[in-house]
Ligand binder design. Structure first.
Ligand code: 7MK
Ligand code: ZN
Length: 849
């Protein structure tokens, strides 16, 4: 590997040249697209360095400077131009083969339409350019193509000209008045159905809204459009931010590496986050669409108007925008349930990343392949860091900080530090110590001990923080509630935990209170406190925070499972405490709990979530113990589950469906009646949530009806790829000895394609990331299968390959035999002759090289 060089944040240098305007001319053809880029280049300071442009996989046709030919050199990934001029016009012609571009970066074809993906460094696959976010240019784009197949020719900004050409061709010109980095450039050409609407901004400007979808899907764009309007209204009301162009376009494409992309005025989306109707999309899908549409819209201010100085600052826009989209979802829906989802991502995925070979700070110090840093750490831990600032400052100060941030930096490319400085200056709150969160990798641990002095009536909490490789103390907002024996709230506050060790004293207690710690996950840390069963049951009933009630239920069930893991290892009989069973039953009997929250509490920890709770795991014992505890609970609560299921069976609301489907899964583990309930729910389903709920229960309970229902579903949806993804996922996540054989056969299914990332993630990705016991089979067959797939994907789509290798590189918690097998397969990958940078970075780090 010659090109796998790390880049370092500490080496950042301002650009030696800048490009203020660029005219792009595209002449589209599937295998021979001509691109002519006319840029106005300026030297930024007095120096004699040549102009060095980025470019990758390009066929260079010509280069001129001020209309004259010029001396240049093409190196791996660079075009070097010798010139002494301080200002000049640079014209570069390149030729592209979008039809052959399977990496889905740069310009490529998705089902007959042209589209682009330029973040992070895809623009350099279109033309040679200063492809870095601190070079902001004004774009004018002319697109020419055959008219009948490509009636819509789209790019950023405003349409300024269009016309007919000879031979059935036509052209369109777009102009984006806002200077932007190259990663926000977009182009789309194709034939679509178009849903159009408008939004009147608070200052009464009319904005045209357009959602482009594959022909025949118009009605499936309505939810995305409604979500867009809600996003625009919300950003005005909560953040006082208005949209700035006259048109906002969203295009949905089938082939897309990520969820979506915030290109200025022309978002490109994975169809998964646009298309929805009741029959084909679940309630979760609807929620996901609203959140991703929001996320991309909110980037218009946090990302586009103010962008990143360099890619090490990615969390500047992503952490902040995730925080904003989480708040959007919480203001519109259930705050507690949204918070629970975010906490699960942190504990199950981000903590795993932190304890694996790709562990990095939210602002990484070094990067080999930037695409590898679109991570749960940069995004979700980044959002937690913003959330902590929000907690420390309060909403009013935080909004003042946002105002100051835009006042100072609108139109600029800035750093995470600039953001924190704005928050600090607007609030007057010192964030010097807090800044450590940006530079430290890993999950801090907070160990809590407590004591009660009956004579003085004082309760003390002793907090100790530690973070591997870090001697300084972090500023941790540590939210607690103290409850008395009757469940009354006595203290509810956020402690400023700023030292390595700190003791907090609370007065006026006649009995030892029950404490809720790290309420609502007030900081991204691991909590250590030896909760007793009675304390957890108390918290489940009385904690003021709904999230804290859920946390207590997770701890209660998890503890019961871990106890039985010990029993299994010692060949002892497994047991389940009556208080755990009754605590659980209490949830089902509760009349006051929100149904969506009840559903979350009933969705007991997944096996991989449990793995994240420990440092070393005996997988075989875990599987036995988890099954035991879940079956015991299901048996004990069978009547209550049946009753709750019955009352909800026909209520048309998402919260009820969520709870009902959880009950059905539980019943499918133990009840003889489950089969009938599942079949009837499947047959009567009027929406995808109910149909998939029944199918999921049939799969988890391995019910006799499973095969018949799966093939009925396949028959009905074989021509709807996004629905087939759900079917592929169910097939791939079965805990069954023959699952790998089944997946191999399904790779021949007419609906499957190795070229489509959604298909690959549903069938192969969900096996590796969501079928813990089969992926980690002790004969290594799971590892072997994933490795075979990765070898193929390495050539087709390195970005998708690198995302899917994650479960293979996070091996530290498993036994030596499994680790040895994993390393053997990672070694095979590392030895590949044409290993992509993407896989190289992850695999070599995993092997400690
Ligand atoms: C979300 C980048 C894009 C991973 C998660 C997204 C990507 C990767 C959407 C692509 C995004 N800027 O808006 O963050
Ligand atoms: Zn984003």
């Amino acid at each position: 590997m010659t090109q796998a060089q790390a880049k370092y944040l500490k080496d950042y240098q301002a650009p030696l040249f800048t490009i203020e305007t660029i005219d792009l001319n595209f002449n589209l053809a599937p295998n021979h697209t001509q691109v002519k880029a006319k840029s106005f280049v300026k030297r930024t300071s007095e120096h004699n360095e040549p102009l060095v442009l980025d470019g990758e996989g390009l066929k260079l046709v010509s280069v001129t400077v001020n209309g004259q030919s010029v001396v240049y050199q093409v190196k791996e990934g660079q075009l070097l131009i010798e010139t002494v001029l301080n200002e000049f016009e640079l014209v570069i012609e390149t030729e592209l083969d979008p039809a052959a571009n399977s990496s889905l970066e740069g310009l490529y074809m998705s089902d007959g339409a042209y589209c682009t993906q330029c973040e992070a460094e895809g623009f350099r696959r279109i033309t040679y350019f200063l492809d870095r976010p601190d070079v902001l240019a004004k774009y004018t784009v002319r697109i020419e193509a055959e008219k009948s197949a490509f009636p819509y020719l789209l790019s950023n900004g405003n349409l300024v000209e269009q016309g007919e050409l000879e031979g059935g061709r036509h052209y369109v010109c777009w102009q984006d008045p806002f200077p932007k980095p190259a990663y926000l450039f977009a182009l789309v050409a194709g034939d679509f159905d178009l849903l159009q609407d408008e939004f009147i901004t608070r200052s009464e400007r009319k904005v045209v809204l357009q959602v482009y979808v594959d022909k025949g899907n118009l009605h499936k764009a309505e939810h995305a459009m409604a979500s867009l309007k809600k996003s625009m209204a919300w950003d005005e009301s909560r953040f006082d931010l208005e949209y700035d162009l006259d048109i906002y376009m969203i295009v949905a494409v089938d082939f897309f590496n990520m969820g979506a992309m915030e290109n200025k005025g022309l978002n490109i989306f994975n169809t998964k986050y646009v298309l929805a109707d009741k029959l084909t999309a679940t309630d979760d899908d609807y929620h996901g669409i609203e959140s991703v549409v929001g996320h991309e819209y909110f980037h218009n201010w946090t990302g586009n108007r103010v962008t990143c100085r360099d890619w090490f600052q990615l969390s500047l826009k992503e952490g902040l925008t995730v925080f904003r989209d989480q708040e959007f979802s919480s203001d519109l829906g259930s705050r507690a349930v949204n918070r629970i989802h975010a906490i699960k991502v942190m504990k199950n995925q981000q903590f795993a990343e932190d304890s694996g070979p790709m562990s990095h700070p939210i602002r990484p110090d070094s990067v080999i392949e930037m695409n590898n840093f679109y991570t749960v750490t940069v995004y979700d831990k980044g959002a937690e860091v913003i959330r902590m600032m929000h907690t420390l400052l309060g909403e009013a100060n935080f909004q003042a900080g946002m105002k100051l941030y835009f006042k100072r930096h609108d139109g600029q490319a800035v750093t995470c530090d600039d953001f924190v400085a704005a928050m600090e200056d607007a609030s007057g709150i010192d964030l010097t110590q807090f800044r450590l969160w940006y530079s430290k990798a890993g999950t801090p641990v907070v160990s809590v001990t407590d004591s009660f002095d009956a004579m003085k009536g004082t309760y003390q909490l002793n907090l100790v923080q530690s973070l591997a490789g870090c001697n300084e103390a972090l500023h941790i907002p540590f939210s607690i509630e103290l409850l008395d024996a009757n469940g009354h709230s006595k203290v509810n506050q956020v402690l400023n935990f700023t030292k390595k060790e700190q003791t907090f004293t609370f007065e006026g207690f006649s009995q030892k209170p029950i404490c809720s710690l790290l309420q609502d996950f007030s900081a991204p840390v691991k909590l250590e406190y030896p909760f007793e069963v009675d304390q957890l049951v108390h918290l489940m009933r009385y904690a003021t925070s709904e999230v804290a009630r859920w946390e207590a239920s997770v701890a209660l069930v998890s503890q019961a499972i871990w106890q039985n893991v010990s029993h299994v290892k010692l060949h002892q009989t497994m047991t389940l405490d009556e208080r755990v069973k009754d605590g659980f039953k209490g949830v089902l009997l509760s009349t006051e709990l929100d149904r969506a929250l009840m559903a979350e509490i009933l969705a007991t920890p997944s096996s991989s979530a449990l793995v994240e709770q420990t440092d070393a795991v005996d997988l075989d014992a875990l599987r036995v113990a988890r099954e035991f505890v879940l079956s015991e609970l299901a048996l004990y609560c069978q009547d209550e589950l049946t009753a709750v299921y019955g009352t909800l069976a026909h209520i048309d609301c998402a919260k009820s469906r969520a709870l009902k489907n959880q009950c059905l899964i539980w019943l499918s583990r133990v009840s003889v009646d489950a089969e009938a309930l599942v079949v009837s729910q499947f047959e009567q389903a009027e929406n995808m949530t109910d149909a998939l709920g029944a199918l999921t229960a049939a799969n988890i309970g391995d019910l006799p009806c499973r095969t018949a229902l799966m093939s009925a579903f396949e028959q009905r949806w074989q021509n709807t790829p996004l629905v087939m993804d759900k079917w592929f996922m169910l097939q791939a996540t079965r805990d069954s000895e023959d699952v790998i054989e089944g997946i191999k056969q399904l790779m021949q299914h007419p609906s499957f394609s190795m070229n489509n990332p959604n298909r690959v993630r549903s069938l192969i990705g969900s096996f590796a990331a969501g079928n813990l016991y089969q992926f980690h089979r002790n004969d290594g067959e799971g590892y072997r299968f994933l490795t075979e797939c990765l070898i193929e994907l390495n050539k087709l789509n390195p970005q998708v390959a690198a995302r899917m290798v994650t479960p293979l590189i996070q091996f530290s918690k498993f036994d030596v035999k499994r680790q040895a097998l994993i390393k053997e397969y990672l070694g095979q990958l590392l030895a590949l002759p044409e290993l992509s940078k993407d896989l190289y970075e992850k695999v070599s780090k995993a092997l400690g090289q």
